[in-house]
Design a protein around this ligand. Structure first.
Ligand SMILES: Cc1ncc(COP(=O)(O)O)c(C=O)c1O
Length: 446
C-alpha cells in the first residue's frame, strides 16, 4: 500500500491532470482503487467497498479473473493488434464474431466491432441511414429515441440521449433525433388515455411521433431494453411487442441498445430475450469483456447485412475503426463468454436478482422508498419526498448514496431520484444480503 504522502501526490495529479473538468466541489474524497477481487474494491488507503454497480454496470464476471488476464497475455504475445480491414483478420476476431452470431436472436448473425457503447450506437445510426439509402429511401434518416434514454457521448449519441443535462452545453442539437416519453410506469409523463396501460400509451407515443414526422423520414427507433442511466426503468411487458409491431407497420428499423443489458445482466443473455423481441440492429459493449479491455459492437440482422453485402462498389459501407476487431480485446471477449457460459452467470443473475429485488422491496417499510424494481441483477430503488405524490428527492438519494459508500457499499444515483444496483454477476447470496442490510441501516439512521 502506498504511504500517505504518495496518496496525497496521486490525488493532486488526479485532480489537476485527469479530472479537471467536473465541478471542483464534487472532488472530495475519491476512492483511489488499487486492486479488486470478486465484488470487492480495495483502495490505496485501506478501504474495502462492495461494488454494487460492477464498475459502470460492466464487470459481469467479477474482478480479478486470472482467466481474462491470461487470455489478453496469450493473445498479445501472439498478435495484440493488426488491421481488421478488408483482406485481413485475426483468429479471435473471426471466432468471436462466430460465437456472437445467433446469440441474441437467430436473425442477428453479423457483427461489427467498435471499442465501446457510444461508437456502437453511432455505428447503428450510420448503418440505419445506409440501409435505407441502399433500399432507395434516402429521406429516411431520423431516429426516434425515448426521454431518459442514455446512448453515449459522441456528438450523435449525445443527442440520441434523452437526458437534457447532457445536451445543454453542447448545442446546437444534431438534427434528426426525436424523443418520446419513456415507458416508465412509476412516473409516466406522457398522455395516457382511460383504460390504456402505460405500455400502450408509450407505444402510442411512438406511433404519433412516426406520423408527425412522417414514417417516410424515419430510419429507426432506438431503445434500451431496460433504461439504465435514466433510472433503471423496466418497461411493462406489453410495450416492446407493440414497438416491434409499429416498426414493422411503418417500415422503420428497431435498434436495441444492450450496452448495459447484454451478457447476462438481466437474467438472460440479452435483454431482448426477456420479451422474445427481434431487433434489426443490436448494440453491445461493457459486459462483452466484463470491462477487462474496451470492446463494443453492433449485431446486424440478415436483411441489413444483405443490403451491405450486395452493394455495388461505389456504395460500399465505408465504416470501420482502427480498433474494430482488436485481436487482444476479442480474445478477452471469447474467454469472458466462456466464463459466462461455464458458470451459468445469466441464470445466476436471474436467481440472485430475485433475491436482491425481494430484499430491496423489504425497504418499502421506509416512507422515503417509493418503489424497488428490476430484472436480474439490474435493480433500482426510487427515493421520494412523499409516497402519495411520488415527488422525487434527489438530494436525499445523493445523501443515501454517500452514506452507503461510507458503510462500504457502492451504488449510483441515476434518473430523477433512483439508486441503482448492478453488481458483478458472481456476487454471493451473503453479499446480496449485505447490500440490503446496509441500505436498511442507512435508512434507519436517517
Ligand atoms: C445504454 C448505454 N448505451 C451506451 C452507453 C455508452 O457506452 P460507452 O460509455 O462505452 O461509450 C452506455 C454507457 O453507460 C449505456 O449505458
Amino acid at each position: 500500500m502506498p504511504d500517505r504522502a504518495d496518496v496525497a501526490t496521486l490525488l493532486e495529479h488526479d485532480q489537476r491532470q485527469l479530472h479537471p473538468y467536473y465541478h471542483p466541489n464534487k472532488h472530495t474524497d475519491p476512492l483511489v482503487v488499487e486492486r479488486a477481487e470478486g465484488v470487492w474494491l480495495h483502495t490505496v488507503d485501506g478501504r474495502k467497498v462492495l461494488d454494487g454497480l460492477a464498475g459502470l454496470w460492466n464487470v459481469n464476471a467479477g474482478y480479478g479473473r486470472a482467466e481474462l488476464a491470461d487470455a489478453a497475455r496469450e493473445q498479445m504475445l501472439k498478435v495484440a493488434f493488426t488491421s481488421n480491414f478488408v483482406g485481413m483478420t485475426t483468429v479471435p476476431a473471426a471466432e468471436l464474431a462466430h460465437r456472437l452470431a445467433g446469440l441474441a436472436h437467430p436473425s442477428l448473425n453479423t457483427v461489427f466491432f467498435a471499442s465501446g457503447g457510444s461508437e456502437a450506437n453511432d455505428s447503428a445510426f450510420k448503418t440505419a441511414r445506409y440501409y435505407w439509402k441502399r433500399l432507395g429511401k434516402p429521406e429516411k434518416y431520423k431516429i426516434i429515441a425515448r426521454k431518459l434514454a442514455y446512448h453515449g457521448i459522441t456528438l450523435a449519441t449525445t443527442f440520441a440521449t434523452g437526458i437534457e443535462r447532457y445536451h445543454k452545453m453542447f448545442g446546437p442539437a444534431v438534427p434528426g433525433f426525436v424523443h418520446v416519453p419513456a415507458p416508465y410506469p412509476y412516473r409516466y409523463d406522457g398522455d395516457q388515455r382511460p383504460g390504456e396501460s402505460v405500455g400502450q400509451a408509450a407505444a402510442r407515443a411512438i406511433e404519433e411521433a412516426l406520423l408527425r414526422e412522417g414514417p417516410e423520414t424515419v430510419a429507426a427507433v432506438i431503445a434500451e431494453p431496460i433504461q439504465g442511466v435514466g433510472g433503471v426503468i423496466v418497461p411493462p411487458d406489453d410495450y416492446f411487442p407493440l414497438v416491434r409491431a409499429l416498426c414493422d407497420k411503418y417500415e422503420v428499423l428497431l435498434i436495441t441498445d444492450e450496452v448495459i443489458t447484454g451478457f447476462g445482466r438481466t437474467g438472460t443473455w440479452f435483454g431482448v430475450q426477456q420479451w422474445g423481441l427481434r431487433p434489426d440492429l443490436l448494440t453491445f459493449a461493457k459486459g462483452i469483456t466484463s470491462g477487462y479491455v474496451p470492446l463494443g459492437g453492433l449485431l446486424l440482422s440478415d436483411a441489413v447485412r444483405d443490403a451491405i453485402w450486395n452493394a455495388p462498389e461505389a456504395e460500399t459501407w465505408m465504416h470501420g475503426y482502427t480498433y474494430s476487431g482488436h485481436a487482444a480485446a476479442c480474445a478477452v471477449g471469447l474467454r469472458n463468454l466462456d466464463l459466462l457460459e461455464q458458470e451459468a452467470l445469466p441464470a445466476r443473475a436471474r436467481q440472485l436478482g430475485e433475491r436482491l429485488l425481494a430484499g430491496l422491496q423489504t425497504l418499502l417499510e421506509f416512507p422515503v422508498v417509493g418503489e424497488a424494481r428490476g430484472r436480474g441483477l439490474l435493480c433500482g430503488v426510487e427515493i421520494v419526498k412523499d409516497r402519495a405524490t411520488r415527488a422525487p428527492h434527489p438530494d436525499l438519494a445523493g445523501q443515501i448514496y454517500g452514506a452507503l459508500l461510507k458503510r462500504g457499499v457502492r451504488s449510483r444515483r441515476v434518473g430523477a431520484s433512483t439508486l441503482a444496483f448492478a453488481p458483478p454477476l458472481v456476487i454471493t447470496e451473503d453479499e446480496i444480503d449485505l447490500i440490503v442490510k446496509t441500505f436498511g441501516a442507512v435508512l434507519d439512521a436517517l
